[in-house]
Every structure is written in structure tokens, then in C-alpha cells.
Ligand binder design. Sequence first.
Ligand code: ZN
Length: 693
Amino acid sequence: MRTKLLLLPVSAAIIFSSFNQGNENLHHEPYSKKTVIKEEPKFNYISEQFADLRILRYEVPGFNELSLKQKELLYYLSEAALCGRDIAWDQNYKYNLTIRKTLDAIVETSTLDKKSEDYKNFMVYVKRVWFSRGIHHHYGSEKFFPDCSQEYFSKLILSADSKLLPLKSGETVKDFSARILPIIYDPKIAPKKVSLDASKDLITNSAVNFYEGVTQQEAIEFYEQQVDRTSKTPVMIGLNSKLVKENGVIKEKVWKVGGMYTQAIEKIVYWLEKAITVSENAEQKLALEKLVKFYKSGSLKDFDDYNIAWVKDTESAIDVTNGFIEVYEDPLGKKGSYESVVSVKDFEASKRIATIGANAQWFEDNSTLFPEHKKKNVKGISAKVINAVMESGDAAPSTPIGINLPNNEWIRETHGSKSVNLGNIVEAYDQAAGGSVVNEFYYSDAIRKNVLAYAGLADKLHTDMHEVIGHASGQIEPGVGQPHETLKNYASALEEGRADLVALYYLLDQKLVDLGVMPSLDYGKASYDEYITKGLMVQLSRLKLGDDIEEAHMRNRQMISAWAFERGKKENVIERKQENGKTYFIIHDYQKLRALFGELLREIQRIKSQGDYKAGKDLIENYGVKVDQTLHKEVLERYKKLAMAPYQGFIQPKLVPVIKTGKIADVKIEYPDNFSQQMLEYGKNYSFLPVEN
Ligand code: ZN
């Protein structure tokens, strides 16, 4: 299972929570007029924007501090990841690789004018295909088309180096062009990657390359026969194969060494075997060995064994998912798309979290809770943050921000699962989102400057405290039931609010500075500006006009912000200002706001500790659910003007080994900034599968 970014990250806290599906990320391009504050990050997170897509970059903090052995391991795992890349292309549609090789050949060798409008339109198509790993939209799954004419496209093919075109033996370029162009241009050919129209045959109406010559009914019957209902440890039937009918016989072509995709899988195995030689510990070594065994045997039992070993590998700094993992692209939900995510534990984040966790009792003792609601023995909850180093296949360029695996239910129940958040990806989204929203919704230059400079770290601290000391704090009075019984449907919004308030209260506490996790209280102030503006305005951009707020995190944020706004009105703690038709919320007294947060925290803890349903309901209903329609409309209009591309993906870092006397002496990390160049490079270096003809 995976979590994808849901619209813009209002606060990183949202990412930690189990916000399940949903994919649209709204982001922004141009800085707005008026007073423009430019962020000056050391790292440039934004590469380019085209069609409905934006290309970002991410950084791997701490890479250079890793040991040589760890860097070597990351390098091998990254190579393994990339070697399987083309499998994901072929799985999406059987002509995707033919088309990609054609596009790559044109981009590299066409002699036609590259400055013409036609060529620019052609390039947008090429980049969309690269992004989607094929000719269907990566998210919407519909086929998309070039904005240049078929005649022009044909000329492009004829102008390319024919040696690089995937011609059939004896085929002329002209014949090839006539064969390939309908696949690209004809809206009737493969209109949908994955059809979910249940009134039609899902398999024959889906372009995905998981089935051939079989109907939906035949596939269902084929797999029905294999189900062992008595098994307590059922494998995920059909996960690693294509189902075909040949000479009237239905059979599976298994993806393994010696089977389908063997050319790529052999390379994956080659690099995994190298990785095994530099593994960090016995658990990791065992997991990698079992993964290799699975790729060699194709046995799904071996895949389960691998997953069990992988779940047990919890101590390693470096981790990898590699295999046929998610089944979202199969209309029947059986076939796993190839993906790999190579990662390294985020040491900074982990250190920060550990520091906060180690002081959990201090935070509990010094909070605003009534004494009887304080825990005498509080233990911080640990949360794991990882940084992506390489993503491939189904996980790139569009990426998950959270991963929870394995998918096999009985393994999850018996052996547990690993749940991680991709810290540097979230950071990149945040950084890339920064400028335009801040310029639009925050009142003064000074506030904007502070938010841009300080809110990044403050957000992380907020998330850490929300998770580590927020949810962990407080105790229920004897005899009072659990919150889901007493507070019912308001329990989760109240609980999220409680955790947020612990974080907010301490974000303005000198303790964080003394602990060395926050440089100064300015960070806390910026986080207050952000919380209030997002809670009262920006988050409304996710909501359709006229709708109430339903999602728990959104409810709690508005509840806290609106309650504090109203409560502090007399003393003008937060001012609501109207200027040039735009609304702003300006904090005038941060310390008083902090005291208000402390007061609300005590009250929500009391509600939880005493199971006061009525008071909890009133808080949420009065402050967290209803939306000011006029303000909502204004927010939607202001947001729309920011012209954000709805989908985003990433250029991957590049790991470059430094070889001395035949051995790897070091591994350097580079951050390419040209999407097209990376796609061409991958196409050249990691293209092992034969094209379908
Ligand atoms: Zn939470």
C-alpha cells in the first residue's frame, strides 16, 4: 500500500496520518505579482512544468556521511532498481517500449528544426510519455495524444537514425511508421490503460499487458481454481505473471530468471547479488538472498518468505523495496507492477525524534493539562522517516510519500509490516510549493520572509511532536471508556487536535532551543503564522464550494484556528484584515496565542479523559465543520490564479562510483536537473527487454 500526496501538504502532520488514497497534488508555478519574496534555497527543487505535470528534484541529506560500504550498497541497489525499469513500461502496454525507443531515437537523431512549434509540441508528448511510462496518463489512465500532426510525426520518424528505430527484420522505415502511428494516434486503439467500467470486459478493455487472448471470465476462472481456501498462509496468486492463451490453452508466463522479462531480471539479480556482499547485517543479507531466490524461482511462496525476512530487517540504515509490488494497474487487482524504492534512514529526523522522545516526561510534566490527566510514565512513540535515494518502475517519476508493506494480509497479521515516510520527498514537495502560496495568503513581507525561512523545520518539529509526544500524552480517568466509545465520531478529529496542540504549545517553548532541535523561537512564531493561515484559509482550497469539512485533520485544524481566533478577539490576538479584496489573518500576540493553545489543549484532554461527548461535539461542530462560504469562494479564486500543475514527479539522483585500482573507492551523488536527459540516459543504459512486434 502506498500513500500519495493529497493536494498540497498543509502541514507535514497530514502525511504521517493514514490519509489513504488520492493523488492529485496541486502546486504552483509563477510567483504572484505584488511584493514577491524569493526563497533562496541552496537546492533547486523545481525543474520544469509542461502539460499537467511538474518535474521536481529531491536531495538526499546525509549521503556523504555514510560509510563507503553503505554507499556501495546504495549504489548496487540503485542499479538493481533501474535495471527493472522497462518491465514497468511493458506492463503498462505492450507497445510502450516500441514507442519509447522510437521517441528516444527521434529526440537524439532527428535532423528536423527543433525550434519549430511542431517540434515543441512533439517534445511535450515525449515528456508526457516518459512521465507516464507509456502512452496513457499515469493517474487518469486515459490515452493522450501528440499536439502535432500525424504527417509531421511521420517526417520525424523518417528523419531519425534508422539504426536506432525498433524495426522488425526486413521492415522499411516507411512501413514501420505506418505501423506505429495508428497506435499513437488512433483513439480507438487502447483508449484506456485500466478500465474500471464494470459493464464491459475489464481485461479486453484495458491496455495493460497483464493478459492476452483471455477474457475477464476466463481469467477469473483460471485463478479461482488455484485458490486454496484452507490455507492460513495463502500466496498472492497471479502476482508475478502474464496470463495468456496460446493454442487454446490458458497459461501463465512467469516473470523470473529464465521466464518472461528474464533479460531485465537477470540484471536485477546481478546487482542484488553484489548488494548482498556489502549488506549491513545478517537480517538484511537474508532478506536480499530471499529476494534473489524469488527472482530465480518465480515461486510466490519464495516471495512470501522474502517479505517475512524483509519485515524482520528493522535495524538497517538502508532499505529497499524491489519486486512486483502494487496491484493498482491490474483491473482484477492481481498483477504486481515492478517497482523499486531505495532508501536510507533519515538520521537527522531520527535524531530529532529521539531527542524529543527522550524528553517525553518533561513535556508531559510541563504541559497545561490538569495534574490528574497527566501521565506519570510517558513513553515517546517512535516514528521512522527515510530518505529516498532512487526510485524506479511504478514508483517513478510519480512517487509515493508513504509506503506500508508487505501487501499480503496474513504476513501483515502474523509478522507485521513496515511503514515509512519519505522525508526528503515530502521536503521537496514542501519547498517547491512554498513561494506562491506564501506570497498570496500571508499579509506582510516580514511574515512571508519568516514563513519561508523557518516554517520548513518548524513543520518537521510539529510533525515529530505531534507523533512522538502528542498522541502519547495524557491519561483517561479511571472508569471512563476509550475515546472511540465515549467521543464516537468526533474522537479522531479531537485526538488529532490534541496532538496538534501539544506540538503548537511547545513550538514556542525555549525547551526546544535548549535541546538543540530548534535554533530560535522565530521558528515557532513562523509555524503559528502558518497554522492559522492554513487552518482558516489555505486548506479550504481542497474543498468544493458548498461542502462541509469532513476529514478529521482538516476539521481539527480549522477547529483550533477558529477557536483561537474567536477566543482572542477581545485582545486582538489574531486580526482578520481585508485589503484590496483579500482576506488575511495576522497574529499580533504570539505568547497570548500560545496560552490559548495551552488552554484548548487542557480542555480537549479533559474531554478525552472524562469522555465528555457533548463538549467534544460542540467544539468540532461549532468550529471545525462549517465553512464561511464567502471566504471559501475567495480562497478558491485566489488559489486558482496560482496556476499549479496538478501532478508532480521527480528527477532521480545519480550515484557514481569512483573506481580506484579496480575497486570502488567512493560513491558520489549527483543531482541531475534535466528530465529529458535523464530519460534518454535511462533509455540507453537500462534497456534490456526486447520490443514487442
Ligand atoms: Zn495524528
